[in-house]
Design a protein. Structure first.
Length: 233
């Protein structure tokens, strides 16, 4: 297995695409061709420093990469009559990425797109317009030039891409405590610890006990009532 890695910033994604550290310290990118490639030692060092920067095996990520197009880079010029064309379905996005006409209607992946003559593309667009679907025709060559390889969150397999690839998780496991949704406070009368559903209210022993029992009436009126009930139990 290759000992090269991409470093994912797991705090944010664009649509369903992962963001990776870019080359030359240029922030983050979803374009794998612009992502920095780390050695195993470099990746481990960064991961040790921050557990949200997760190294993924470059080899495995590349195998699962999909080719997509960011709408921000669409060319101004539409296709000419002698171009091979692809048809963009207007108005639907996954993050910044756009959809293309396919045999089965549309796909986010450019590799699924129908490649058509200009005349056929015009006919397809006219047919879509009958169903109030707007579409634009672009020259395939221009779109190929702005397409990029991306990697989706749904394809993440940390065991294979991180652990089996040789990266060690040296961060302590975070334990999620079960919560009741109640806030701890102190009884304003006797000072004992109370738990209540309203974090902005100082619950008395009686109020906390009544609420914990789900009562819509007052069974307990004072701290002494609660104390006696506990003693009797």
């Amino acid at each position: 297995m290759s000992q090269l890695f991409y470093l994912r910033d797991s705090r944010s994604d664009v649509g369903d695409s992962c963001m990776f550290w870019a080359k030359d310290g240029a922030g983050y990118t979803s374009d794998l061709n612009k992502a920095h490639v780390y050695t195993k030692e470099e990746a481990q060092r960064y991961f040790n420093g921050r557990d949200t920067d997760i190294p993924y095996s470059k080899e495995q990520v590349d195998q699962l990469a999909t080719v997509r197009v960011d709408h921000q880079y669409l060319p101004d010029a539409l296709a000419a009559t002698d171009d091979l064309c692809v048809v963009h379905i207007v108005g639907e996005y996954n993050g910044n990425d756009i959809y293309w006409l396919t045999d089965a209607y549309h796909s986010i992946e450019l590799t699924d797109a129908l490649v058509l003559s200009h005349a056929d593309a015009v006919n397809k667009v006219a047919h879509l317009a009958k169903y109030n679907i707007k579409a634009d025709i672009y020259p395939k060559l221009s779109i190929d030039n702005i397409a990029r390889r991306t990697f989706q969150v749904s394809n993440v397999n940390k065991r294979k891409m991180v652990t089996v690839a040789g990266i060690k998780n040296n961060h302590p496991r975070k334990r999620n405590r079960a919560t009741t949704g109640r806030t701890r406070g102190n009884c304003p009368h006797c000072g004992k610890v109370t738990w209540g559903g309203n974090p902005y209210e100082a619950y008395t022993c009686a109020e906390a006990k009544n609420e914990s029992l789900g009562l819509d009436y007052r069974l307990f009126d004072t701290c002494e009532d609660v104390k006696q009930a506990r003693s009797a139990a």
